[in-house]
Design a protein around this ligand. Structure first.
Ligand SMILES: [Ca+2]
Ligand SMILES: [Ca+2]
Length: 110
């Protein structure tokens, strides 16, 4: 998915996943950008909601985005009943592009 010239915060929400049968869940995803000279206020925020409680795992501000064009986010040890991924984006120019490339939920191997 590509996110370009949003002007307001836009959040991608996954469908709700029942994780009650899993001992724990890991999330892997990749967010990237086109190194478009980001400005204060531009961000990508990666988090999730377990049983309705929201957690922000990673917040990438303009300095972070300028420093690296791709971030692998690995979140481990989630447990609960329902899981929704929530990834939010804000940029405001046509030259600024974000991408959400890979989303993987898995139970760790024993
Ligand atoms: Ca900007
Ligand atoms: Ca704009």
């Amino acid at each position: 998915m590509q996110f370009r010239d949003l002007d307001n915060e836009i959040c991608w929400l996954s469908t709700t996943t029942d994780i009650s049968v899993a001992a724990s869940i890991n999330i892997d995803l990749v967010v990237s950008n086109n190194a478009g000279n980001f400005d204060p206020g531009d961000f990508i925020s990666v988090g999730y909601m377990v049983d309705g409680v929201e957690v922000t795992n990673t917040f990438l501000d303009d300095v972070d985005l300028d420093a690296s064009t791709s971030s692998n986010i690995n979140i481990t040890g989630i447990s609960g009943t329902s899981l929704v991924l929530k990834v939010c984006f804000l940029n405001n120019a046509g030259a600024e592009r974000y991408y959400l490339d890979v989303v993987l939920l898995q139970t760790p191997r024993i």
